[in-house]
Design a protein around this ligand. Sequence first.
Ligand SMILES: Nc1ncnc2c1ncn2[C@@H]1O[C@H](COP(=O)(O)OP(=O)(O)OP(=O)(O)O)[C@@H](O)[C@H]1O
Ligand SMILES: [Mg+2]
Length: 476
Amino acid sequence: MSALSSLHLVGSSGRLQRFMHQLPTAVLLVNQAGSIVEVNEQLLRVTGYSRDQLVNTPISSLLPHRGSMEHLYEEYLRKEEVGTKGEVELEWCDKQGRCRNTSVMIMAQQAEELLYMIHFPQLVKESDQLLSQRLLTKLTYDTSMGLFILDEKSIIIEASQTACKLLGMERLDVINKHVDQVFSGIPEPHRFIKKELLEGVKLQNVATSWTNDNQRYELIVDANTLQDESGKIVGAFILFKDITNLRSFAQKLERNERLAMIGQIAAGTAHEIRNPLTSIKGFLQMFLKSFGDSGMEREKTYTEIMLTEINRINSLVSEFLLLSKPRNIQYSMVDLNTVFEEILPIVESQANLYGIDVQFASRGKLPMVVGDNELLKQVFINICKNGIEAMGEQGSLRISHHFDQDGDKVSIDIHDSGPGIPLYIIDKIFDPFFTTKEEGTGLGLSVCQKIIHDIGGQIRVSSKGFGTTFHIMLPY
Ligand SMILES: Nc1ncnc2c1ncn2[C@@H]1O[C@H](COP(=O)(O)OP(=O)(O)OP(=O)(O)O)[C@@H](O)[C@H]1O
Ligand SMILES: [Mg+2]
């Protein structure tokens, strides 16, 4: 009996085509002559062909089958009868010429003409899953994107490598744990994944920062819920990008601009302030002498105070001038040993006032560096002064030095046993005018940084819990 005689389905090819386009799996229609009549989108996605490349071409480009379509169909029916579970496999090839076997269903349909519908029930499902699986794997292991996926019970079911690095945790210690468990020990406001996400809290391009034990990260965060077909919330995701480098670059740029502006103002006004000060100072010195000569002790004391205050203004203006851009530095070879010999008595005398102990751990001789002798002294004095001020009563100030591995920099560390610098201000301490002291100008560290940068060095601070260390690296 011919296979054709078993046909009992009759319809229009238009209806058939509408039907196949709605299928989530790959389907194609072939006519009796073996020419492809229509393909659906899923088939294109799987094979890599465009519609034009397939429609009206022989089926043999896709199915390397020998013989006619009728023959293929008969073979299919035979195999279906004998095969277990009624499954029949057919070899097909994609555009790249890669061939594989997949189970198929072939149906003959009598429309305007006899058409064969070849259906690959597994093909697309498998491939769709593959793609999203691949994307997930990529997001999880490969990219710099951070990803967390939560289920409806706030259990973390996926966490990318980047996300774990940020948490400072191993992936295995994060997966399948409740959010609160992973974030326990972290104060509520600092948790950027919260179970409230599941209540529909949506975040888009939210800039935030995050600090674990080792490092501070700047992040751009997106978060949203995941819903099922009925709209019920079944989970949530948090996607973020680490933009620490970008942010610190932008901050540096902003800071440089601010410094340049302060510099301009400083250069413009400093001399205008200094000139009248010089004459005021001159007259006050005259008064001081006359008051002294005529025994007017009270007036003499007031004048002395005025002179001290004027000196204070003068030194402030000098610091201002240091921040201004074009400046004459007296570069010469500076012997750091002499620098410390000269500043240690000054530092010690101030430290003694507060019962602070100063240790200078000199391990061998310090090298010569190129710089400005007076300015370098100012840097070290400033930093020591900050340390002493931070410690208040009692404590120890330790100055040590070492050479770094590649051997072209000497690092001088100034450590104090004070209270440390809180994390939320550590980024700001080098900013001009940033101070936490009632009497401070906030210029000390910004001037130090400028001096060190100008001679090609670096200044860094580390402060964890208790104590603060300033590291000054100088090329020699
Ligand atoms: N060793 C330290 N320990 C703790 N905090 C410090 C330390 N060094 C600096 N700081 C913080 O940095 C801020 C800025 O320091 P900076 O030297 O620039 O200005 P200042 O000391 O406040 O003012 P000035 O130097 O004019 O007296 C300080 O106000 C303080 O909060
Ligand atoms: Mg200071």
